[in-house]
Design a protein around this ligand. Structure first.
Ligand SMILES: Cc1ncc(COP(=O)(O)O)c(C=O)c1O
Length: 362
């Protein structure tokens, strides 16, 4: 049967990181530490309370949740942010989809510095926005001159700067972000999904000077909330107003809002896992290097390591030993590399043992 699919979607591949519950999953940059029993109880009670009103639509503006997120962002970035400057949706993927719907579309292009997050071109394609890919330097960094030249050449409606960058872990400094903003007539999205694992200042510090800057974050990583589906951004109140034009009515369920607020009330406890995750990441970096492999310097909860003549075979050999990592090596600029995220102490040991075994056998 031939379906009447949009021409520009024919032949495209969906996002599809494997989910294999029987393996040690170190392939989607999750936080390995689940919420504590106390937090689980608080979330359950907040969700039960919200469930008692499920006959009603949720707060369409998610005011209480956005107020809590604004308070967290103010605290973590040092930049005073108000409710009107904060937007939230079902994961930062949905936030970015709304950005593409509002600022992209037919006849417009989005620009990314690749390798980077594989969803950016897919979100562009889903919203009929053109995609322009500009390569990063060989060490996966992004120089000011290269970034500004790319904006000058492509005149994007949306520019994505992911820092720390997925899948490389490399950081883009704020002077580069500021220069990209100054050169751009379109919006600039700084994607800080992994910011809490690094030590770099947030691009939120540039918001006052750059009205078309959007800084996106998520509760999926440092907050141990990948299953919650809650992403958010900080921007000017005008940008937030525009996003309201494309969001679906009541896009954030009452249960999501309640659970996210309960989690945010435990911010210190949740972010308490960050140091443990970083310690395992650093252990992984040292362990992988000790095997004679190369690791790209990282400020995230994952690392890119290689280079392998046959990364797919190495990926399979690791999986045969019970450890699932990410093979993105068919993506732009990633030939020969694999990505793995930090696990618990035991998971990290299992990965390092499996990799040592695989390298010995190669
Ligand atoms: C750069 C980046 N942004 C966002 C996400 C996912 O965000 P969310 O779970 O908030 O949709 C990921 C997940 O791997 C990511 O690497």
């Amino acid at each position: 049967m031939t379906l009447p699919v949009r021409d520009d979607l024919v032949g495209k591949t969906p996002y599809g990181a494997p989910q294999l519950p029987e393996a040690i999953n170190l392939n989607v940059n999750e936080n390995p530490y689940p919420p504590s029993p106390g937090l689980v109880a608080d979330i359950a009670s907040a969700v039960a309370d919200a469930a008692s009103r499920l006959n009603r639509y949720p707060d369409r503006e998610a005011v209480a949740l956005r107020t809590d997120l604004a308070a967290y962002l103010t605290r973590s970035t040092g930049v005073p942010l108000a409710l009107e400057q904060v937007w939230a949706a079902n994961g930062s993927n949905e936030v970015l989809q709304q950005v593409c719907q509002a600022f992209g579309g037919p006849g417009r292009v989005a620009l990314g510095f690749e390798p980077s997050y594989s969803m950016h071109p897919l979100l562009a394609s889903g919203t009929a926005t053109g995609w322009r890919s500009v390569p990063r330097a060989a060490d996966f960094t992004l120089s000011l001159d290269a970034a500004v030249a790319a904006v000058r050449e492509h005149r994007p409606a949306i520019t994505f700067v992911t820092t720390p960058n997925n899948p490389t872990g490399t950081v883009t400094t704020l002077d580069v972000v500021a220069a990209v903003c100054a050169e751009s007539a379109g919006v600039v999205v700084v994607y800080e999904a992994y910011a809490e694992f690094g030590s770099s200042p947030s691009a939120a510090t540039l918001l006052a000077d750059h009205p078309r800057l959007l800084v996106s974050r998520t509760m999926s990583k440092a907050f141990s909330g990948a299953g919650l589906r809650l992403g958010y951004l900080a921007a000017s109140a005008e940008v937030v107003d525009v996003l309201r034009l494309v969001r679906l009515p009541y896009h954030l369920s009452a249960l999501t809002q309640a659970a996210a607020r309960a989690a945010l009330a435990h911010t210190d406890e949740l972010l308490g896992t960050v140091e443990a995750v970083k310690a395992q990441r650093d252990r992984m970096v040292d362990g992988v290097r000790a095997l004679g492999l190369t690791v790209v310097p990282t400020e995230a909860n994952f690392l890119l390591f290689g280079q392998f003549d046959d990364p797919a075979a190495t990926w399979q050999a690791l999986l045969d030993r019970g450890v699932l990592v990410r093979d993105l090596s068919s993506g732009p600029g990633l030939a020969g590399w694999l990505r793995v995220n930090a696990g618990t102490v035991e998971e990290t040991s299992a990965f390092l043992d499996a990799l040592a075994d695989v390298v010995r056998a190669q």
